[in-house]
Design a protein around this ligand. Structure first.
Ligand code: ADP
Ligand code: TRP
Length: 326
């Protein structure tokens, strides 16, 4: 473990398979950042319990996400890969944060407001989700939190919570900063909305060639035919080319505008580039699929390392809040 580097932590919920939006928006950064930071990559299984309420499924998703992390290139020799539930101090600290945070403050969180606006019933766990996330981050003296745009507010809540704790109980927590890749706007799904597993419009990060082809071919476009001028800026296929067809992009753009490219051809180019991009990731994942024991060992080792750190921090926190009597 490298010393003297900034501490970085990020987490992903094991709430389903990863898609290319998750990769481009968040996970891709992890691989590069682990070289320059002391990194913790967490599997947020207790966060996922707010939506996955099937024990077998949650366990399966957790193992899958560990393999995904490894397949994209997170190196367990360089970074700590662990699951949240292996460090019960996260839940303990989340409770303490619950006690210093007000309901109206948490009611301003986007996730809560969205649920309210849709008249959805929200569990207490979902409501206090940001407190557990604050605990995840603050337990490790984290300075950098690489995340997708939609998680920015959660890091702001984390900073507010750290400041509030420090104000009440004395200087304890380091204030973390979010790290969001500027150029990564939202990756659209095949229906043009934000790619999200909850919309069913996603393309799997480890999809096989058949899935890639059928998903790309079903991307929704307008009805402009061959020969007609097309607007790259409003086309979902083109938006994905920006991520996967860098070299051909100027040519594709020109041909959209002069009408010489059909949506069918554009999709065929995209499908080919996506297949080339995904194939090596899928192959690397297979090596872990054949060796679950190795994956479990990595998680156990990561969990033990993280827990030791978290316990040290909690000793200080307990002292400050007054639960250390002896
Ligand atoms: P989903 O919407 O599929 O449930 P999550 O909310 O679990 O995805 O997102 C996990 C991470 O991936 C987040 O940090 C999020 O910002 C990023 N992410 C998810 N979807 C996209 C997208 N379409 N474009 C860019 N980043 C995304
Ligand atoms: N809320 C994050 C998401 O849905 C996952 C997460 C949990 C997380 N704990 C974290 C991300 C701590 C960064 C740091 O994507």
């Amino acid at each position: 473990m490298p010393e003297g580097k900034k501490i970085l932590l990020s987490g992903t919920q094991p709430s389903g398979r990863l898609h290319i939006g998750n990769y481009l928006g968040a996970l891709r950064q992890f691989v590069e950042l682990q070289k320059t930071h002391e990194s913790f990559f967490m599997i947020a299984d207790y966060h996922a319990l707010t939506s996955v309420q099937d024990g077998g499924k949650l366990a399966e998703n957790t193992l899958n996400l560990a393999m995904d992390y490894l397949a994209i290139g997170i190196d367990p020799e360089e970074s700590v890969i662990f699951k949240q539930s292996d460090v019960p101090e996260h839940m303990e600290l989340a409770w303490i944060f619950n006690c210093i945070t007000t309901m109206p403050y948490l009611m301003r969180a986007h996730a809560f407001k969205d649920a309210e606006a849709k008249n959805k019933e929200i569990s207490v766990g979902k409501f206090e989700y940001p407190m557990l996330m604050a605990a995840d981050i603050l337990l490790y003296e984290t300075e950098v939190v690489p995340i997708g745009q939609d998680q920015k507010q959660h890091v702001e809540i984390t900073r507010d919570t750290a400041e509030k704790f420090n104000r009440i109980f004395g200087e304890t927590f380091v204030l973390p900063a979010p790290l969001i890749l500027d150029e990564v706007a939202t990756v659209p799904g095949i229906d043009g909305r934000k790619m999200s597993k909850s919309y069913g419009n996603d393309i799997g990060l480890f999809a096989d060639d058949g899935e890639i082809e059928s998903k790309v071919m079903s991307i929704v476009t307008d009805s402009k035919g061959v020969g007609e001028t097309k607007d790259p800026e409003t086309c979902t296929v083109f938006a994905l080319h920006k991520f996967f067809s860098q070299n051909e992009l100027p040519d594709i753009e020109r041909r959209y505008r002069d009408g010489s490219m059909s949506y069918k051809e554009s999709k065929e180019i995209l499908a080919k580039n996506l297949k080339d991009f995904i194939a090596p990731l899928r192959e690397k994942r297979k090596t872990f699929e054949r060796d679950h024991d190795r994956v479990i060992e990595i998680l156990k080792k990561g969990g033990a390392f993280a827990r030791e750190r978290a316990q040290k921090k909690m000793a200080d926190v307990r002292l400050k809040v007054g639960t250390t009597l002896y």
